[in-house]
Design a protein around this ligand. Structure first.
Ligand code: ADP
Ligand code: IOM
Length: 390
């Protein structure tokens, strides 16, 4: 009893010291922005449990094992304090995502590498965490011809790439003022373009709904209210800072602040991939002279979604292949053999209308811009051959 009386104050003192040390540690973590909020952790645990119990086919579900989840759930990016929730919330809310993750800021690719790396490797056909993306190379832009000289199958051809402006984070970390500043920079920079690239910038703010809808229906403008982007926190302040630049005949277009800061697009009716690619490379070269873009030694050009890293190139055709497409699973299987991806007529997450499919190169990393476009060229040439032989 006497002994207890003696050591009790010591014990209380020790507990107090430990308690103070812990709360100092917590304050210190908060100050350094390295502790993840309890509310965020609760959302993560709940979302993870639901995803694990779902039949989602997303790459997020495939690679977010319990071990990876536990290893990443308490991490934050140093500059913006982005958490695992910021990375995976789109895929948690949308179990039908193809991939389901986005990088809220460039540091997320490193901090959450245990999740990004295997997804990147899977999506981009084997780009390993030890691999380095090659330097930009458009190759001989005159080497592609017309995919469908008799206009039998290909309705239109499009090549796009994405770019992020140096000095700005991705969508979830941008302020409204930054959105507006970027829009101003994009619009004034593009107003200096000449020749076939000469055009005008049309902000989404103030655009008549009927004009906007027509641009969407004609496949020139991004759609509105994309639930995958909304859940990724990528549509804040909409339509502030969003807009589209295009030349008169809408063969050269630039999207501002949709999924990426910039999407640079060349497109036209028919199958003349040579002409479309030549216009795109000319445009990219001109814009790169005027705007510095974020680039990483290993990952290539940096984008919000890991599917677009590297070359960022998606070369697509709108094509009718009625015999092959009679069985969609078969079309997808054959396309997959040529590293091609099949989408619906209005792009990602849409269905085919009138038998028109959007078929494009799937991987964008670990190969050059030229090779990415060639992958589409060679694959579509084969698909047309197969269709003709059926
Ligand atoms: P991304 O910009 O990543 O290529 P989407 O799949 O959302 O995104 O497609 C954007 C728009 O581009 C959609 O309206 C789609 O129909 C259109 N599009 C894609 N490829 C072609 C093409 N070859 N011809 C005409 N429109 C196309
Ligand atoms: N690029 C992006 N919109 N996408 C891959 C979304 C998804 O995960 O399905």
């Amino acid at each position: 009893m006497r002994l207890l009386i003696k050591i009790r104050p010591l014990l209380v003192h020790r507990v107090r010291v430990e308690h103070t040390a812990l709360s100092c540690y917590a304050d210190w973590c908060k100050k350094l922005n390295i502790m993840v909020d309890a509310a965020v952790l609760a959302k993560l645990e709940d979302g993870f449990a639901k995803l694990a119990a779902s039949d989602s086919k997303s790459l997020l579900k495939k690679y977010l094992t319990k071990e990876v989840f536990d290893n990443l759930k308490n991490k934050k990016t140093p500059t913006f304090g982005s958490t695992l929730l910021d990375v995976i919330q789109s895929g948690l809310a949308n179990h039908d995502s193809g991939v389901g993750i986005y990088a809220p800021d460039a540091e997320a690719y490193t901090v959450f590498a245990d999740l990004f790396d295997p997804i990147i490797e899977d999506y981009h056909g084997g780009f390993k965490k030890t691999d380095k993306h090659p330097a930009k190379d458009f190759g001989d832009v005159n080497s592609f011809g017309n995919l469908d000289p008799n206009n039998e199958f290909v309705i239109s051809t499009r090549v796009r790439c994405g770019r992020s402006m140096e000095g700005y984070p991705f969508n979830p970390c941008l302020s409204e003022a930054q959105y507006k500043e970027m829009e101003e920079k994009v619009s004034s920079t593009l107003s200096g373009l000449e020749g076939e690239l000469k055009g005008k910038f049309y902000p989404l703010t103030g655009m008549e709904k009927s004009v906007q809808q027509q641009l969407i229906d004609d496949h020139f403008l991004f759609k509105e209210g994309d639930r995958f982007l909304q859940a990724a926190n990528a549509c804040r302040y909409w339509p502030s800072g969003r807009g589209i630049y295009h030349n008169d005949n809408k063969t050269f277009l630039v999207w501002c602040n949709e999924e990426d800061h910039l999407r640079i697009i060349s497109m036209q009716m028919g199958g003349d991939l040579g002409e479309v690619f030549r216009r795109l490379t000319n445009a990219v070269n001109e814009i790169e002279k005027r705007v510095p873009f974020s680039h990483d030694d290993r990952l290539g050009f940096l984008t919000f979604c890991p599917t677009n890293l590297g070359t960022t190139i998606r070369a697509s055709v709108h094509i009718k292949l009625p015999k092959l497409a009679a069985n969609l699973a078969k079309l997808e299987e054959v396309a997959g053999k040529y590293n091609l991806q099949v989408r619906g007529t209005r792009g990602e997450h849409t269905e085919a209308e009138g038998g028109i499919y959007d078929i494009s190169n799937k991987r964008r990393m670990g190969l050059t811009e030229y090779q990415a476009v060639k992958e589409m060229y060679d694959g579509i040439t084969e698909l047309i051959k197969i269709e003709k032989s059926m």
